[in-house]
Design a binder for this molecule. Sequence first.
Ligand code: GDP
Ligand code: IMO
Ligand code: MG
Length: 423
Amino acid sequence: MPVTLVIGSQWGDEGKGKIIDYLAKDSDFVVRFHGGNNAGHTIINKYGKFALHLIPGGIFNLNTKAVIANGVVIDLAVLLSEIELVEKAGIKVKGRLFISPRCQLIMPYHKLLEQVYEEAKKGVNTPQPTGRGIGPVYADKVTYNGITLGDLLDRKSFKEKLSVQVLIKNKTLKPFGKKVNKNVVEKDFFSMRRKILPFISDTFTIINSAIDKKQNILLEGAQGTFLDNDWGIYPFVTASNAVSGGVNAGAGIAPNKINKVIGVAKAYTTRVGFGPVPTEQKNGIGNKLREIGGEYGATTGRPRRCGWLDLEMLRFAVKINGFTEICITKLDVLDNFEKIKVCVRYNLNSKRISYEQCSTKDFDRVKPVYKTYKGWQKSIKEAKNFKDLPKEAQIYLRDIEKMLGVKITYVSTGVKRNEIIKI
Ligand code: GDP
Ligand code: IMO
Ligand code: MG
């Protein structure tokens, strides 16, 4: 299928990186279209282990080109060091990575503003952001205060915009004892400018010409549905639209050009940062999932909060994203559980309530209703086909599929590229 969209269907870290790396073998282009280096997409292949924050995962497939489209926010220093890292692994990046001049730049004052907001909020009503300046850079974008990668093409205009922003930002930062030095920022950006110029391209034309030629395009979602700025549990969200609709604005691809939407879901639930997680297990089960699943953030190293799979949320994710299929990851993490639970719905005050009906406060009070499955209690690592999976695992997957009304087409059984079952 020419245009395939991969979307996180939970709170991020579903294993999108691994799936993108696997699917890239059939793709002419892999495209990031939102978020920034708050994302950490782990890829383990013959070149090594990488946690990519900005470069699309398809870069490791040498026949695939990578695009950072306009919706992505860029920390230039992070991007340049990531390019260097990938090149050091023996992968050519120049001529294979195309970056939109419309991308907003994360400036040093964005990271300082994020610190100031966090200090002021003292842990209340904050999702505990990653510290990358994501909220403030998107805020500047929508209030027409952003500086784009394209602005770097014209030194004079860059200087003028930077002057105004530093003036405004330093006034805000001063009472909190923080400031940025305009001359230092300007010097840093001008020293990075030469290195990034060769990558700046008209990504709209590149992507849309490829679509016209019926080439295969893989769209790499970042974060996940429940971190979406509109549809997540606000304010415990990120600043971009992580649902499938983000593609139209974020990459310049018309909605009717999307052929497949693959929802990536872990076989259980994790979240990094604050906010309600109805199926969280603050007990031995949660700890076991974290340890076996290696649930520590790829970007910040923070421990992820763990719990059972939440089908109430997944049902919403199916609807809002229009998933045409689902990929279940990390099924192997459940190998050693005697019993496995799945939340099939929420009750509030003994009445059923759906995800979309809940207010932010309701999520702290809803009671997940669980269905319990018998665990398979053996390793699934060697399974290459669905029928190789233990009967109990087959029942678990078929039941999820039935309750969601969408086919499961891939099951990931380990960290490596080939540890996957195509159904
Ligand atoms: P992403 O942000 O969605 O790309 O996911 P992350 O890379 O942040 O986190 C997923 C983690 O799970 C990484 O450490 C992956 O190496 C790992 N992983 C992905 N798929 C599987 C799987 O099927 N089984 C196991 N055990 N680990 C997996
Ligand atoms: P990937 O693409 C998991 C979370 C942060 C925080 C909230 C807001 O690897 O799945 P931000 O820095 O975006 O302002 O933080 O969102 N968060 C993620 N959690 N995976 C991610 O990306 C995330 N990106 C942001 O922990 O709660
Ligand atoms: Mg991640």
